[in-house]
Design a protein. Structure first.
Length: 278
């Protein structure tokens, strides 16, 4: 059995379909992991959701910030952006079924020494604690009053974790770390809004480090596969695979077979033929 982790799709259905077809993927035995941001900005979010949902137990998905943005908009919360391409999902006849499925997906998955999360983990969080915290968010999304959570979920404060956090602030920090974070300060606080906070590591905010580069990061005992950071691109270390390679922006859609870290890249969207297989 092989596991293929796939980077941010963001509504790029045709490249995703072509990548899956080109992989040495056996749906009877192998699995696909999706690092979040299935939807938005790309042209075919509805088709992506339908495809991944239809994969059933073959697919393991974690939620990204764009997936949560869709859930918020579907309930009348948040603010639509001019770059959004979610209208087809919101108008689809199977919208409620698709959104219920999406809402049931976790923020975090851990298996066989691998962790999958969309953005990252705060440096002080061990994997076991992160799994427990992610489960709190999943419980809030599954609760009968989940709309209250969606109404209070977004925002960039508080920026730092402490164990005494409660209520919406506690859940917001968990969501922000796992779906929005790129840089943290020396004290471990997230930097989400400063100039350079979405750029490459070398031009990041002053006095900040990429979350995965903080000395003493407690989760370094696991290998983490993540996405979210197209300006970082493909980044591999013994305990990290960052695989958002900017398909949406004309880069590539990347899959990595976790068992041997073999990389498969498909140019997006201007070419249909896989290149750069390694």
């Amino acid at each position: 059995m092989a596991t293929y982790a796939i980077g941010d799709v963001q509504g790029c259905f045709d490249p995703l379909k072509r990548l899956i077809e080109a992989l040495p993927f056996d749906p009877a035995n192998d699995r696909l992991w999706f690092v979040g941001d299935l939807v938005n900005r790309g042209p075919q979010s509805l088709e992506v959701l339908r495809l991944v949902k239809a994969l059933g137990g073959t697919a393991t998905v974690v939620l990204g910030n764009h997936d949560l943005h869709l859930l918020m908009l579907s309930e009348g919360f948040g603010r639509a952006n001019k770059e959004d391409t979610l209208e087809a999902v919101l108008a689809a006849p199977d919208r409620d079924e698709l959104l219920a499925w999406l809402r049931a997906q976790p923020l975090f998955h851990v298996e066989d020494g691998w962790v999958m999360v969309h953005a990252g983990l705060l440096p002080a969080w061990p994997v076991a604690q992160a799994a427990s915290l992610a489960a709190e968010v999943s419980a809030a999304l599954a609760a009968p009053d989940y709309r209250d959570f969606l109404a209070h979920m977004w925002g960039s404060e508080p920026a730092a974790w402490h164990d005494g956090l409660t209520g919406w602030e506690r859940l917001r920090v968990i969501v922000n770390a796992m779906t929005r974070m790129r840089f943290v300060t020396a004290s471990g606080a997230m930097e989400l809004r400063a100039a350079g906070a979405k750029g490459p590591p070398q031009s990041g905010p002053a006095d900040c480090l990429p979350w995965f580069a903080v000395p003493g990061r407690v989760s370094a005992d696991h290998a983490i596969v993540c996405g979210h950071w197209s300006a970082l691109g493909f980044h591999e270390a013994p305990n990290l695979l960052a695989i958002d390679t900017g398909c949406l922006w004309g880069g590539t859609l990347t899959a990595v077979r976790l068992e041997d870290r073999r990389v498969f890249c498909l140019p997006c969207p201007q070419q249909a033929r896989p290149v750069g297989w390694g």
